[in-house]
Design a protein around this ligand. Structure first.
Ligand SMILES: Nc1nc2c(ncn2[C@@H]2O[C@H](COP(=O)(O)OP(=O)(O)OP(=O)(O)O)[C@@H](O)[C@H]2O)c(=O)[nH]1
Ligand SMILES: [Mg+2]
Length: 446
């Protein structure tokens, strides 16, 4: 099918050093020749992948710019592409686009990448990796996105699919030659392969649980009694006066959430109202919110004031927290001696003097990350992929459980279902709906 030629501004709109206008499709070069004037250009022989300096001109504009041509199939989309690098003015970029669009169509979001997929330049998951690379907000997310866009994850899934294809082929043979006693051998081979796939899927799924954390960040609730220095701790971590600090107990009412990136990982800290059995209506609402934060948190920083003993209410609260999720932060070490709290992981700091704050961050990092996430492995942050892996594993496990009762042709049917499920990742048995959903997440001009 011959695709229409499309164009878009591929850089964000606004004033910047340059803007890039991209054209893709059969008519790209023809359109470029119409407006691009350059002394160094032989119009009959425009060299691909070479930057030409010239002028983009029509009756309205005279824009000094660069032009580069990529000849199909050696381009991002697999089609002929021309890109113009012009000055980065918003009005200018829109003007150039308008002139070009007079000769072709405007691209929809993600359309260039969609064409790359349809032209076999990238697989579906690699395309999704490109979106994730663009949207990554931390080193960990970027790394996970690179695993996708570089095809590393794809390779793993294709490997599973090939294993399944192999079994399907063997079943085919066994069905064709029933006299050769192939049936039992084939069933056993299928069993081994399904087991291996199920185990490997399990590993990927477990890793992707950590991946969810990478994407949304590790949630840390800062809780404790009033006046112990929770807001001071938040401010000290952020390096700015975000929350109000005062010597009045019950200063913080609403929860305050702020995100930092530490060692490439996102951490969301929530400062909460000091928990106590008194206070006005507003404070009580704040306390309820604090309790909810405790439930939602991946980790809890339980702050205590070293300058006084813990009261019963405080001890009760501490005891109600999950031990392995909790770090007891002994605050105000500048005015009091450190002490030991039995059975709990503790760390003494002075929030007021920014003392030992990095130790808090390191501790959190170690607790939340190193046990769970091995960044050298494939860590999925993409929920669509995770759901497919879960479904595929379920299908594999069901087939395994039933394998002794299944005739070979039913087994083949079940295996094909797994293969198809995984194909939703690689795009090998894509449906229109999935593809549209994925590419709608792209920005314009990509
Ligand atoms: N000496 C000393 N004082 C501190 C330290 N951290 C906090 N404070 C003081 O303790 C008081 C309470 O601090 P906040 O950070 O507002 O305490 P909070 O836990 O957020 O209190 P609520 O919001 O009321 O629950 C303030 O007067 C702070 O200056 C510290 O490390 N050393
Ligand atoms: Mg506070």
């Amino acid at each position: 099918m011959e695709e229409k030629t499309i164009c878009a501004i591929s850089t964000p709109l606004g004033n910047s050093a340059i803007s890039i206008i991209r054209i893709s499709g059969d008519k790209s070069l023809e359109i470029a020749k119409k407006y691009f004037v350059s002394k160094s250009l032989d119009y009959n022989f425009i060299e691909p992948r070479k930057m030409y300096l010239g002028v983009f001109s029509n009756q309205d504009i005279e824009e000094k710019c660069m032009m580069v041509y990529f000849k199909a199939p050696y381009s991002y989309t697999g089609e002929d592409i021309v890109e113009f690098q012009i000055h980065g003015g918003e009005y200018l970029a829109k003007k150039v686009l308008e002139i070009i669009a007079g000769n072709c169509s405007l691209a929809s979001p993600g359309e260039f990448t969609k064409r790359a997929f349809f032209n076999g330049k990238i697989s579906l998951d690699e395309a999704e990796g490109i979106i994730d690379v663009i949207n990554a907000e931390s080193q960990a997310e970027l790394k996970s996105a690179y695993n996708l866009s570089s095809g590393r994850f794809n390779k793993q899934i294709v490997e599973f699919q090939n294993m399944l294809k192999n079994i399907l082929a063997r079943i085919e043979v066994a069905l064709d030659y029933p006299e050769h006693d192939e049936e039992l051998i084939t069933t056993n081979q299928a069993k081994e392969a399904l087991k291996e796939i199920s185990n490997k899927l399990h590993e990927l799924i477990t890793n992707s649980n950590s991946g969810e954390r990478l994407k949304s960040g590790v949630n840390i609730a800062i809780v404790g009694s009033p006046n112990v220095g929770k807001s001071s701790l938040l401010n000290s971590i952020l390096g700015k006066e975000r929350a109000i600090v005062s010597s009045v107990a019950g200063t913080t009412r609403d929860t305050i959430c702020e995100t930092i990136i530490y060692k490439g990982i996102k951490f969301n800290f929530t400062d909460t109202a000091g928990i106590r059995n008194q206070g006005d209506e507003i404070e009580k609402i704040g306390i309820e919110k604090a309790k909810k934060e405790i439930e939602l948190a991946d980790l809890i920083l339980f702050v205590v004031d070293l300058s006084r003993d813990m009261n019963d209410e405080e001890i009760r609260l501490l005891n109600s927290l999950e031990k392995d999720k909790t770090i007891v932060v002994l605050n105000k070490k500048d005015i009091a001696k450190e002490k030991v709290i039995k059975n709990y992981e503790t760390l003494a700091i002075s929030a007021k003097n920014d003392e030992n704050i990095n130790a808090v961050l390191d501790r959190i990092y170690k607790k939340a990350i190193s046990n769970n996430i091995d960044l050298s492995k494939i860590v999925l942050t993409n929920m669509r992929h995770k759901n497919i892996l879960v479904k595929a594993k379920e299908l594999a496990d069901n087939a395994l459980n039933e394998i002794s009762n299944l005739s070979l042709d039913i087994l083949a049917f079940e295996i094909k279902k797994i293969w198809q499920e995984l194909g939703k990742i690689t795009g090998e048995c894509e449906t229109e709906e999935i593809i549209n959903e994925i590419f709608s997440r792209f920005c314009l001009g990509k």
